[in-house]
Write a protein of this length. Structure first.
Length: 452
């Protein structure tokens, strides 16, 4: 018997059904249902023999899902109804008792929390793996100089190890964000029913323990309407994807002939359909392009949720495709970044030649004047004059004669030339977190301590 006098329109079914994309929740739904059946028996709501029948049917369902023999029916609206239908086919009338003391509202919220928890853990693991790869790269290229840039103009030289470690710290923060996502899924929604609780004295904490939740939601209305943990995952993913896009952008630049600082392996490059000489950094380019896609999913779900009245609304079905695509996209990007950085070849001579440009040492000359008592702003002006004089004369900074230096400041002497000697300005950056080798070695120790 149905409350409706006419069947649903085919287009409405296509709009309404989520079975086409929520199938990936199946393992979590089976696990949740198994724990729910155990709780129903422990609470005296169903018999122990009925629990056993439900468990046997659920075990069969899981095997069918695993081996691909599970058959979906045209009437399956979503994965939850598909599993319940199959359980009833296998267990008979007792299958209809599986949904006692729960609603699809709290059932879906629980599956989603379990899914987010699992994918956040996967992301955190992948981030740790990529960070370790970058740490190993930094150790192998500890004292390789390259230019550091601001505004994509040569600014001050740094060691490649220092540059790579900047990404490590981004990834460390990303991993912490995903750990916080896991914390956001700590409370079990199941037991909230449709919105007001259920008419049975259930043991929600028994289910929470079985499913790895730390506790239960305190308010049934909040439990079924809450998707904060999905937003948290999308936010963490958007920031992480943005970091990967910056890495990809630098790989594109640094692997170009104009820079020539590195070469990506053939396994992570593409050719041209018309120019046989080309080796394109397509994987790195796609790291750039995937980031706004992930950020767009975050913005879209905020748009879905921002004006919803409590509690559950069908709009919330839109959380799934945004979440699923984000998880797939991010994990693929992390894998690609791991592959590229694990097989990259850096070109020491090309980087060193670019880092040997003396103009980026201008700040070090200004600091020399500061140490001799000149206020920094005055020192800045003196060195700017030196730079202009060198450029006008077609000379390097070290090519300026002592009398030319004296014309700009009597404080400049032989130490000026010592500052400009190869590598001197790199090792001068002795502040904590700086690029001198001693400080980079400290960073490496800190990074390894953060990523056991």
């Amino acid at each position: 018997m149905s409350r409706f006098a006419e069947p649903q329109h085919d287009d409405f079914r296509r709009l309404n059904d989520s079975i086409g994309f929520d199938r990936r929740l199946a393992p979590f739904d089976v696990e949740q249902s198994r724990a729910h059946a155990s709780m129903l028996a422990a609470s005296g709501i169903i018999a122990g023999s009925e629990r056993d029948e439900l468990h046997r049917a659920l075990d069969r369902v899981q095997r069918e899902l695993d081996d691909g023999s599970f058959t979906f029916s045209a009437g399956d609206e979503d994965i939850h109804m598909a599993i319940e239908r199959r359980v009833t086919e296998l267990a008979g009338a007792v299958g209809g008792k599986l949904h006692t003391a729960r609603s699809r509202n709290d059932q879906v919220a629980t599956d989603m929390a379990m899914y987010v928890r699992a994918r956040a853990g996967d992301a955190a693991g992948a981030l740790a793996g990529l960070a370790h790869t970058l740490i190993e790269l930094a150790e192998r290229h500890l004292d390789w100089p390259l230019p550091g840039y601001t505004h994509l103009q040569r600014a001050q030289p740094v060691y490649l190890s220092h540059h790579l470690l900047a990404y490590v710290w981004m990834l460390v923060r990303d991993r912490e964000r995903f750990r916080l996502v896991t914390d956001a899924t700590a409370l079990l929604p199941l037991g909230a029913g449709a919105l007001a609780g259920v008419n049975f004295d259930t043991d929600r904490r028994l289910v929470a323990d079985a499913l790895g939740f730390q506790g239960v939601s305190a308010n049934s209305i909040d439990a079924v309407s809450n998707r904060d943990f999905v937003l948290d995952y999308l936010a963490a993913a958007a920031t992480c994807a943005t970091h990967l896009s910056r890495l990809g952008a630098e790989l594109v630049l640094f692997s170009s002939e104009e820079f020539g600082f590195c070469e990506l392996s053939d396994a992570w490059s593409s050719g041209s359909s018309i120019m046989p000489q080309k080796k394109n950094p397509d994987a790195a380019e796609l790291l750039r392009a995937k980031a706004p896609r992930v950020a767009g999913h975050l913005v879209a779900l905020h748009g879905v949720l921002h004006g919803l009245p409590l509690t559950y609304n069908k709009d919330m079905q839109e959380d799934k495709e945004h979440l699923f695509d984000t998880a797939d996209t991010l994990e693929l990007c992390l894998s690609a970044a791991q592959g590229m950085m694990g097989s990259i070849a850096f070109k020491r001579d090309r980087m060193a030649a670019a880092a040997a440009d003396e103009l980026p040492a201008a700040t070090d000359i200004a600091d020399l004047l500061v140490r001799r008592g000149l206020p920094f702003r005055e020192a800045h002006g003196v060195v700017a004059g030196l730079v202009r004089a060198a450029l006008d004369a077609g000379k390097s900074l070290s090519g300026l004669a002592p009398d030319e230096l004296a014309a700009h400041s009597p404080l400049l002497g032989e130490e000026y030339y010592a500052v400009l000697r190869d590598g001197a300005w790199l090792e001068a950056k002795v502040s904590e977190g700086g690029t001198s080798l001693a400080r980079v070695r400290e960073q490496l120790e800190q990074a390894r301590a953060c990523l056991p």
